[in-house]
Ligand binder design. Structure first.
Ligand SMILES: NC(=O)c1ccc[n+]([C@@H]2O[C@H](COP(=O)([O-])OP(=O)(O)OC[C@H]3O[C@@H](n4cnc5c(N)ncnc54)[C@H](O)[C@@H]3O)[C@@H](O)[C@H]2O)c1
Length: 255
């Protein structure tokens, strides 16, 4: 098992990619902290893990609120004694509109949850990991943060920020046995993606079509990459952005 006896935390762990990650943390031998703004969803995932003989703690947290993030990390340490791995996965969309029509509150929501949330999580995770002699963090970015995405300027900008933040944090901690990487998913079959498909006409067909594999990914396929990067199998990898995207960036056509 890749995370045997580790303590692993995931934000946004109540649904989608975060839920799949929490369940895979458990299957790979970790004690799991399932953190989500939706406390009931987090509790349901933790309950499934505990019912399966695992060790899981649910924490209700808004990652955009510093005091709540500090309390989340403290609760993890209080419950399990340490924090070895974290996947900072919670994010919020800023809606779907041309840049010039984006409302200030939508811009701000994407920055607060998607970008500042990742910064706050690392701000409180890193000192714990440094104090115990090391750890690993995987932040969830997006292909939108690499190649941009029409109608999603707040989200794309925030995800581009997550990538820069990941590399900066990796540089600051590379000599301290603390590896920090990012995973950039393409289109993954989750409720968040369903919301997008229902908000933008034609989005489903277009989204499937841009993947060279001509399909969406499954949450489990992202969780696999997260677990790999958090595990000792990735011991010489830091500051890396791993695309899990069914070949979005390769050209499936002959030009
Ligand atoms: N689904 C995709 O196609 C896709 C593509 C690229 C990147 N991503 C990224 O993957 C991650 C997970 O996406 P998903 O599709 O599984 O999302 P989702 O909407 O299915 O689930 C997100 C979870 O995060 C929680 N959450 C939302 N705001 C929060 C906050 N402020 N604090 C704590 N928890 C909060 C929600 O309650 C929910 O349980 C996100 O970072 C997203 O940007 C997803």
């Amino acid at each position: 098992m890749l995370l045997q006896d580790k303590v692993a935390l995931v934000t946004g762990g109540g649904a989608g990619i975060g839920e799949a990650t929490a369940l895979m943390f458990h299957r790979e031998g970790a004690a799991v902290v399932v953190a989500d703004i939706n406390g009931e969803a987090a509790a349901a995932v933790a309950q499934r893990i505990n019912a399966d003989g695992g060790r899981a703690l649910a924490v209700a947290v808004n990652v955009a609120e510093e005091g709540q993030v500090a309390a989340m990390v403290q609760r993890a340490v209080d419950a399990f004694g340490r924090l070895d791995c974290a996947s900072n996965n919670a994010a919020a969309s800023g809606g779907f509109a041309p840049l010039q029509d984006v409302e200030n509150k939508n811009w701000q929501r994407a920055q607060d949850v998607t970008l500042k949330g990742v910064w706050l999580c690392m701000k409180y995770q890193i000192p714990v990991m440094l104090q115990q002699g090391g750890g690993a963090i995987v932040n969830i970015a997006s292909l939108s943060g690499i190649r941009g995405e029409a109608l999603q300027s707040p989200y794309s900008a925030a995800k581009g920020g997550v990538i820069a933040l990941t590399k900066t944090a990796a540089a600051e901690n590379a000599q301290h046995n603390l590896r920090i990487n990012a995973v950039a998913p393409g289109g993954i079959r989750t409720a968040g993606m369903e919301y997008y498909f229902n908000s933008v006409p034609g989005a489903r067909e277009k989204t499937e079509g841009v993947h060279a594999m001509r399909r969406l990914g499954e949450p489990r396929e992202v969780a696999d990459a997260v677990v790999y990067l958090l595990s000792d199998r990735a011991s010489f990898i830091t500051g890396h952005v791993l695309n899990v995207d069914g070949g979005i960036t390769i050209n499936p056509h002959t030009l």
